[in-house]
Design a binder for this molecule. Structure first.
Ligand code: ANZ
Ligand code: ZN
Length: 862
C-alpha cells in the first residue's frame, strides 16, 4: 500500500506556487485586504523551533484568510543589523555583511522549505541602503521638527566591547556578551523624544481591544504615569534651588533630608570645597560602575554620602542635609528626592542607618507614633500633625491644599512624571544605520543634505581587534566636506542607530518595498495598513511594540500617514520547550547525545545515566533544542507544521514531544489512505451538499458530522486561532469516515462521504498545504486547492434530528434514550415508562407523577 512521501510532493507544490506567482500580491482595491505579519527574524544563521512555530501559526492564518476571499499581504524580511553579526565576524574572521547575507540565504532556503505563503517579491533586509536611506531621511525630518535632539548623558559602557549597552544588555552589572563589568560613561548621544507621546501612547493602551491585556498592561507600566507635585527647596548659602518630584506633598512638613542622584549636576558643585568633597567623589565613582535601573536597584543596599550642603524645607524653614544616594535615579522626576523617613520605608532605613531626624506628620487615628521607637515607616492614611496650619486635616485632603499653597508661593506646582525615558539611539557600533549628520568646527552639527542620502555604510570594513567600531578610523568614511561652509575637515557622526529603529517601521515598508522615491508609497500604505494581525514573541511586548507605536505617531505628526496604531490585533505565541538532559560528566547534552535505554537515557560519550531535567524554553546554551532541519528531513514540512499547531494552542507554551510528531505522521497517512479508500468505494459519485431530506439514517449522521466539523474548524480559527481543537475535530471526522459503511448501494451515503472527503482536505489545506494540494490533485481536481474558497456549512445540516432525554426516578439519574426531535411530551413519557432500567426501579411502587422538563428530562416520582 502506498504511503505519503513528503520529499517529492513538497518541492513539487512549492515550485508550483512560485512559478504561478500564487502568493504575490498587489493593491487590488476591489478586494478587502488582510495584512498578516509575523515578527521578522534576525538572520542568526538558521531558523529555530520558535521561528517555525511563529511562522506556521501566521501561515495558517494567511492561507485561511486567502481562502476566505481576502487580498492577503504576507511578507517576510530580515532584521539584519546588530551586534551578533560583529561578534560572529570577529570569531569567524569574516565581515558582518558577508556573514549576514550568507545567513539570510540559508534561512530563506529553510523558510521556503517550510512552504510558507510569503510574497517573496516584497522581501526586505534592513541592512541594505535602499532600506536604511529612508530611515536616515526620517531622522532628518525629525531633526528639522526637533523630535530628535542631542544630549550628553551617561550610558552603560563596556570597556571590552567598546560600546554603549542598553539596560537589557546589562546582566547583573556585567556585559551580556563578554561578561565584563559595566561602567558608566558620559557621551554625546542622539535621543528620540518619545516622551512627547507618553500621554498619547498611554491613553491608547485602553483602545487596543485586539491586544492581549497583559501586553497593554506591561506597556502602561513601562510608560508609568505618576501624578504629583514639583517642589523647590532653597540651598543654604548658595543661589539656585533643588527641585524634587513627589507624589506625597502631604508629607512635606516631615521631610528632613534631601537625596540627589549621584549623576545630579548639583552633586559636584554642592560638595566642592567642603570637607565632604573627596568622599562624594569616591561615592559617585563607585556608583557609576553599578547598573542604574529601578529593577537593578532593588539588589543594592541603600547607601549615600552627605554632600556638605544644606537646603531649606519651604514649609517650616527646617535645615535639611543634602545627601547623594544610590536609590535616587537621575532618570526619574527631577533626579532629587525629598526624604520623609517617618512615612517612606526606604527613607526610614536610610535615616536609621545615618542617624537622621525622623518627624511624624501623619498620625493614624487613635494611635500615637513615636519616632524614637518606630520600627518601620507608617505609610497609611491619617491626620496631619507637626504640619502648622494643616494639623488635623486628613492627609488625602492635604495633598491638594499643600500643592495649592506651593503654587501660590511660587514654590511648586502639580506635575506628572513618566517612567518612560527618551529613546537614546546612538550606538558606537559598526553594523547599523549611519546617523546622517556632519560635525563641523565652524557650523556645529549639520544635517546631511537629502540629496546626499544614503550615507552608505562601508560593507567591507575590517573590524577593530578590540571589537570596537572601525568607522571613526576610516578616513574615507568619517572625513567629509561641510555641506554648509565647505570646510574640508568636517567629520561624519560615526555612530549608528539602535537596531530597534529599523524594526519600528519595516511593516510600512512592506507595503511598497521597492519604492525609490519615498519611504513608502502613500496609496499602498493607505490600502494595507494597519497590520490586521501581528504575531510574535512576548519578549517584544514592551520595546519593539512601543517603539513601533511611537514611530507611527511620528509619521502621523509629519503628515505622512493618517493612523496612529500599527497593529490592530496582536497574538503573542508561547515558547517552545523541552526537558534538559544532563550527563554528570559531560554536562548538558543535545537530544541526539542521549540514547534511550528503556527506562531513561544514557550518555553516548560515557554511558553514564542521563538526568532528565525540567521542561524549559529551548535554548542553545541548555542544548534542549530540536533542529528544524532534522524534522524537515525526517518528516517534511507539513508534519512539522501539523505538530506545532496540534501540540498546544498558540498563546500557550508548547512542550516538545517525539510521540506527538509520530502521532501527526500517522494521522497524515491515515488521511492519505482514506482518500484512496473513498475513491475505491465511492468512485465518481459527486459530493453531496444538499439538505438532509431523503438521506438514510447513516448518511444523515455523517452529513451532520461533516457540516459540524466545518463549523467547528471555522469558529476555532476565527475566534481564537485554536488550531489544536480544529485539528481534533478533523480527526474525529476522519474517524467517522472510517466507520461509515460505504460498501452497500446507498448512493446518498457515497455522495456525503465524497463531500466529507473533499472538506477534510480543504479544512486541512492551510495547515498541511503541500499534502492537501497533492490529495486534491489525486481526487481529480484541476485547480489548485490554494485557490479554492473556504468551505461553508449548512445551518440546516447542523441540527440533530434526534434528542437525548435523561430519565430520573425520584430525582436520581437512572437512564437515558434518544427520540425523534419532534416527539411530544406524551410520546416521551411513554418511552420513559417502558425503559427497562426504569421499570426495575419503579417495580411495584405506585407512580405518583411523571414530569417532562423542556424536552430534556423526565422525572418519575414514586
Ligand atoms: C516624598 C515621599 C513621601 C514620597 C512618602 C513617597 C512616599 P512613583 O509613585 O513611583 O512615581 N522619587 C521621586 N523622584 C525619584 C528619583 N529620581 N529616584 C528615586 N525616587 C524618586 O514614586 C514617586 C516617589 O518616588 C516620590 O514621592 C519620591 O518620594 C520618589 F511618604 O516624595 B516621594
Ligand atoms: Zn561647516
Amino acid at each position: 500500500e502506498e504511503r505519503y512521501s513528503p520529499e517529492a510532493v513538497e518541492v513539487k507544490w512549492q515550485q508550483y506556487w512560485e512559478s504561478h506567482g500564487i502568493f504575490s500580491t498587489s493593491e487590488d482595491t476591489s478586494k478587502e485586504k488582510y495584512y498578516l505579519l509575523e515578527m521578522f527574524p534576525y538572520p542568526s544563521g538558521k531558523i529555530h523551533m520558535g521561528h517555525v512555530r511563529n511562522y506556521t501559526i501566521g501561515d495558517v492564518v494567511a492561507r485561511y484568510k486567502r481562502m476566505k476571499g481576502y487580498n492577503v499581504l504576507h511578507p517576510m524580511g530580515w532584521d539584519a543589523f546588530g551586534m551578533p553579526a560583529e561578534n560572529a565576524a570577529i570569531d569567524n574572521n569574516t565581515h558582518p555583511a558577508a556573514w549576514t547575507y550568507d545567513n539570510m540565504a540559508a534561512m530563506r532556503k529553510q523558510l521556503k522549505k517550510m512552504g510558507f505563503s510569503y510574497d517573496w517579491n516584497r522581501e526586505i533586509a534592513t541592512c541594505r541602503p535602499e532600506y536604511y536611506r529612508w530611515e536616515q531621511w526620517l531622522f532628518l525630518q525629525m531633526l528639522e521638527k526637533e523630535m530628535v535632539y542631542r544630549k550628553e548623558s551617561y550610558v552603560n559602557w563596556c570597556e571590552h566591547c567598546q560600546t554603549v549597552l542598553a539596560n537589557e544588555q546589562v546582566e547583573a552589572d556585567l556585559c551580556w556578551r563578554c561578561s565584563q563589568p559595566v561602567q558608566q560613561k558620559k557621551l554625546w548621544q542622539w535621543f528620540f523624544k518619545i516622551t512627547d507621546y507618553a500621554e498619547d501612547l498611554l491613553l491608547h493602551c485602553d483602545k487596543l481591544p485586539g491586544w492581549p491585556g497583559k501586553v497593554t498592561l506591561m506597556q502602561k507600566n513601562w510608560i508609568g504615569k505618576s501624578v504629583g507635585s514639583e517642589v523647590s527647596f532653597d540651598i543654604e548659602g548658595m543661589d539656585g534651588e533643588i527641585k524634587v518630584f513627589t507624589t506625597r506633598p502631604d508629607t512635606l512638613f516631615g521631610s528632613t533630608f534631601m537625596c540627589l542622584a549621584p549623576e545630579h549636576p548639583l552633586v559636584e558643585s554642592l560638595s566642592r570645597g567642603t570637607e565632604q568633597a573627596d568622599a562624594v567623589k569616591a561615592f559617585v565613582e563607585k556608583i557609576s560602575r553599578q547598573e542604574r535601573s529601578t529593577d537593578a536597584l532593588e539588589k543594592y543596599e541603600k547607601e549615600g554620602v552627605f554632600t556638605g550642603a544644606w537646603c531649606i524645607n519651604p514649609t517650616n524653614g527646617r535645615r535639611m542635609p543634602v545627601f547623594t544616594a544610590n536609590f535616587a535615579l537621575m532618570g526619574y522626576g527631577t533626579g532629587a528626592v525629598m526624604s520623609v523617613p517617618a512615612h517612606d520605608q526606604r527613607d526610614f532605613d536610610f535615616a536609621r542607618k545615618y542617624d537622621l531626624d525622623i518627624v511624624v506628620v501623619i498620625q493614624p487615628e487613635g494611635e500615637t507614633l513615636d519616632p524614637a521607637t518606630m520600627e518601620e515607616a507608617y505609610t497609611g492614611e491619617g491626620l496631619l500633625v507637626n504640619s502648622g496650619e494643616y494639623n488635623g486635616m486628613k492627609n488625602r485632603d492635604a495633598m491638594a491644599e499643600i500643592t495649592t499653597w506651593l503654587e501660590k508661593e511660587g514654590r511648586g506646582k502639580q506635575t506628572v512624571s513618566f517612567r518612560l525615558r527618551d529613546w537614546g539611539i546612538s550606538r558606537q557600533r559598526y553594523w547599523g544605520t549611519p546617523i546622517p549628520v556632519i560635525h563641523c568646527d565652524t557650523c556645529g552639527v549639520v544635517p546631511v543634505p537629502e540629496s546626499q542620502l544614503p550615507v552608505t555604510l562601508p560593507e567591507d570594513a575590517d573590524l577593530l581587534e578590540n571589537g570596537g567600531s572601525p568607522l571613526p578610523t576610516l578616513d574615507f568614511f568619517a572625513r567629509t566636506t561641510c555641506p554648509v561652509c565647505g570646510r574640508q575637515d568636517a567629520r561624519r557622526d560615526t555612530d549608528t542607530m539602535d537596531t530597534f529603529v529599523e524594526s519600528s517601521w519595516y511593516f510600512v515598508r512592506y507595503c511598497s518595498p521597492r519604492c525609490e522615491t519615498a519611504m513608502f508609497d502613500a496609496d499602498a500604505v493607505k490600502y494595507w495598513m494597519p497590520v490586521d494581525q501581528y504575531i510574535g514573541g512576548v519578549e517584544h511586548a514592551i520595546l519593539h511594540l512601543l517603539y513601533s507605536r511611537y514611530f507611527m505617531r511620528v509619521l502621523n505628526t509629519l503628515g505622512l500617514i493618517d493612523f496612529k496604531e500599527p497593529f490592530t490585533h496582536l497574538l503573542t505565541q508561547g515558547m517552545v520547550c523541552k526537558e534538559t538532559l544532563t550527563c554528570p560528566e559531560h554536562g548538558y547534552l543535545f537530544p541526539e547525545e542521549a540514547l534511550p535505554t528503556g527506562e531513561g537515557f544514557k550518555c553516548v560519550k560515557c554511558d553514564n545515566t542521563v538526568e532528565v531535567g525540567r521542561v524549559i524554553k529551548m535554548s542553545k546554551s541548555k542544548k534542549n533544542v530540536i533542529d528544524p532541519n532534522i524534522l524537515l528531513e525526517k518528516y517534511g514540512a507539513d508534519i512539522t507544521r501539523l505538530f506545532c499547531l496540534f501540540a498546544a494552542p498558540p498563546e500557550r507554551d508548547l512542550e516538545w514531544n517525539d510521540d506527538g510528531v509520530e502521532g501527526c505522521h500517522r494521522f497524515i497517512n491515515r488521511v492519505w489512505r482514506l482518500v484512496d479508500l473513498c475513491r475505491e468505494k465511492c468512485g465518481d459519485t459527486p459530493a453531496y451538499d444538499g439538505p438532509m431530506e431523503g438521506l438514510s439514517e447513516d448518511a444523515k449522521n455523517l452529513h451532520r458530522k461533516g457540516h459540524q466539523t466545518i463549523k467547528k474548524v471555522t469558529d476555532d480559527i476565527e475566534d481564537s486561532f485554536h488550531f489544536n481543537t480544529a485539528i481534533s475535530a478533523v480527526m474525529e471526522l476522519v474517524n467517522a469516515m472510517y466507520s461509515a459503511n460505504l460498501n452497500g448501494d446507498d448512493e446518498g451515503m457515497k455522495g456525503v462521504a465524497a463531500f466529507c472527503m473533499e472538506n477534510i482536505v480543504l479544512l486541512l489545506s492551510p495547515i498541511v498545504p503541500h499534502f492537501a494540494e497533492e490529495l486534491w490533485e489525486r481526487m481529480g481536481h484541476d485547480a489548485s486547492v490554494v485557490d479554492h474558497t473556504w468551505p461553508q456549512y449548512r445551518e440546516d445540516a447542523l441540527v440533530s434530528d434526534e434528542m437525548l432525554i435523561v430519565i430520573q426516578v425520584n430525582g436520581k439519574l437512572r437512564s437515558k434514550f434518544n427520540i425523534r426531535a419532534d416527539a411530544d411530551d406524551d410520546a416521551i413519557k411513554a418511552v420513559a415508562l417502558a425503559d427497562e432500567i426504569v421499570m426495575k426501579h419503579v417495580a411495584d411502587k405506585t407512580i405518583r407523577k411523571v414530569i417532562v422538563v423542556k424536552k430534556k428530562l423526565v422525572n418519575i416520582v414514586v
